[in-house]
Design a binder for this molecule. Structure first.
Ligand code: FAD
Length: 561
């Protein structure tokens, strides 16, 4: 017996869970398989970025993340030290997450919720959909892509029994060592080994009282050799994650190395319990392709980056949201033939940008290895104080770029997408620590608060949304008619809010199901069919323009003749 599902998702890490949840929310049945039992031995991600939180808001689970058990009053400072009982060189202060405000550009703020808090939230979300099946202890063994289906062989890891599953589409969210990517013959480009790092989870209930530094989220340790260690307060309580940063030289940190590192960080012996050790290679890799006709990859399967910046999972969840509505559109029949190909066109450049930035952040954190600290910073006295002040100020300034990244979390755009209809305005620069909202086609549709307390983002969702600004906004009947004829779900939202209209800059703005602007103008398009065909992926914008130009030339030649 072969089971039949519209979408088979392989790997229930945060990205697979997000895709299953997004499809479930869209009413698309899917099967998510995961070879483990879903428990997290060592949480990797812990920062849920503001864009991911915007998706959680749309899914109705933002409060669940807000209510995650990471204590709201635990200060989130990043502190640069020679040791926990040594000298503080500098710090970037951040309040506890309960006190952090939403940025003006978003109805949500980032949240600190490590993977062993966040994955269960996504699991709970996925389980609210009867048409989504979450199968743990189930491993993908192999698959075959055919013209009309993908046939996968999966195995129950407890019994060894194998089953065949036929799916319209298969998505590999199966992590860095992705079998789906490998089996689809997709290669990756970049740097396969930036550092050989060891992450050690340890429990120490009285950790803050063992040293003289105020509580913080992340300690970065600088020795005579430069930055060598970090410790983060992973649950804001008794559990911490130490990373022996390492280098590009292959190294295997032994148990003795781990104990020595903990002792060196504290400056003396102390009691702790080692919970788990994860030895891993920090990579800078992006898949050369994001899929085939029916097989796609997302998350770490598609891009591997240094955690410096907290982009990894957040980039993967953006992948899931981009892919989710496109899969739905194809399955329901209104998505055009080009639509799924644009998943790669839109998402791959974002991954390249984020992967590059993450490596840049690593380079900044390790820049102390080139600009070594002067020996005085480890010595007491006024000469030491002066050296610490100077070196600490430089490092604090250097590290700011990693901590302030709203331009990456919210500012990614699909400017060159074939399913975005450009409006002829120049592309604004991509930003890092700042983010200027724009409703230029390809950009995330801006947030503004509406009079009824909703965000503009609350207007967008499962289908397209046409925003009409002002009482005299064109009715857009042709556009609505073309959408209806093509089966494209389209809601219309009339807004009489001059400040929001000023932000969107046009009287008609068409927003996609993922919250990105597809088209905007002050008047109805002459060829509403063409606009709808482009945004649903039935025609590529560039090809359509080329065909139109050729028609014009042919018409001109005919007229002359
Ligand atoms: C120390 C560290 C800190 C980080 N901090 C952050 C952060 O703050 N913010 C952030 O955004 N990112 C962060 N990241 C990156 C983030 O953790 C990853 O990007 C994210 O976990 C990727 O999620 P994923 O679902 O794509 O893959 P994974 O989490 O790797 O999940 C893949 C899943 O697929 C399963 N699987 C694999 N093969 C099969 C198969 N054949 N059949 C069935 N199941 C299979 C695996 O068991 C696994 O559960 C950090 C990473 C590290 C190492």
């Amino acid at each position: 017996m072969t089971e039949r599902v519209p979408v088979l998702i392989v790997g229930a890490g945060p990205v697979g869970l997000a895709l299953a949840g997004d499809l479930g929310w869209r009413g698309v049945p899917c099967l998510l398989i995961e070879r483990t039992d879903g428990s997290i031995e060592q949480p990797k991600m812990d920062i849920v970025g503001p864009r991911t939180m915007e998706f959680c808001r749309r899914w109705g689970i933002a409060d669940w993340v807000r209510d995650a058990p990471y204590p709201g009053d635990y200060p989130q400072d990043c502190i640069y030290v020679t040791g926990l009982n040594g000298y503080e060189l500098g710090r970037e202060p951040f309040p506890g997450r309960a006190y952090e405000k939403c940025p003006p550009q978003s109805p949500q703020k980032r949240e600190r919720a490590p993977q062993d808090m966040f994955d269960p939230i996504l699991q709970r979300f996925v389980r609210t959909f009867a048409h989504v099946t979450l199968a743990y202890h189930t491993e993908l063994m192999t698959f075959e892509e055919r013209a009309n289906e993908v046939v996968a062989t999966v195995r129950d890891v407890r019994t060894g029994a194998t089953t065949k599953i036929s799916a319209d589409y298969l998505v590999g969210t199966d992590g860095g060592a992705s079998l789906v990517r490998e089996h689809a013959g997709i290669t990756m480009s970049g740097n396969p080994a930036l550092t050989y790092t060891s992450n050690v989870m340890f429990r120490c209930a009285d950790f803050p009282s063992l040293h003289d530094k105020p509580k913080g989220y992340r300690f970065i340790f600088i020795g005579p050799e430069g930055t060598w260690l970090t410790i983060v307060a992973i649950n804001g309580g008794d559990r911490f994650r130490m990373s022996i940063v390492g280098s590009a030289d292959k190294v295997m940190h032994t148990e003795a190395d781990i104990h020595a590192a903990l002792r060196r960080a504290m400056g003396r012996d102390f009691d702790y319990e080692i919970l788990s050790v994860m030895r891993w290679v920090r990579r800078e890799l992006v898949a050369d392709r994001y899929g085939t006709d029916r097989v796609f990859i997302a998350g770490d399967a598609a891009h591997l980056m240094s955690p410096t910046g907290g982009f990894g999972m957040n980039t993967g969840i953006q992948d899931s949201v981009d892919l989710g509505w496109k899969l739905e559109a194809r399955l329901r029949g209104w998505g055009g033939d080009e639509l799924l190909r644009t998943y790669e066109t839109e998402r791959r450049p974002v991954a390249v940008r984020n992967v590059t930035e993450a490596s840049g952040n690593l380079g900044r954190m390790l820049s102390t290895r080139q600009r070594r600290p002067p020996p005085e910073i480890f010595q007491p006295g006024s000469a030491g104080d002066a050296a610490r002040a100077e070196y600490g100020a430089w490092f604090t300034e250097t590290m700011k770029r990693e901590w302030f990244t709203i331009g990456f979390h919210l500012g990614y755009r699909y400017d060159a997408s074939p399913i975005v209809w450009p409006d002829g305005t120049p592309a604004p620069p991509l930003e890092t620590s700042t983010y200027s909202q724009t409703a230029r086609p390809g950009a995330r549709a801006p947030h503004a608060w509406l009079a009824d307390g909703r965000s503009t983002l609350d207007l967008f969702g499962r289908g397209f949304t046409l925003l009409r600004f002002g009482a005299d906004a064109p009715k857009a009947e042709r556009l609505r008619g073309a959408a209806a004829a093509a089966g494209v779900p389209l809601d219309v939202a009339d807004l009489d809010a001059p400040d929001v209209a000023a932000l969107y800059q046009r009287r008609l703005v068409l927003v996609r199901p993922d919250g990105h602007v597809a088209w905007r103008a002050d008047t109805e398009p002459e060829d509403a069919w063409a606009v709808i065909d482009v945004v649903r992926g039935a025609r590529c914008y560039a090809n359509m323009r080329q065909a139109q130009e050729q028609d014009t030339v042919a018409d001109g030649a005919q007229t002359k003749a």
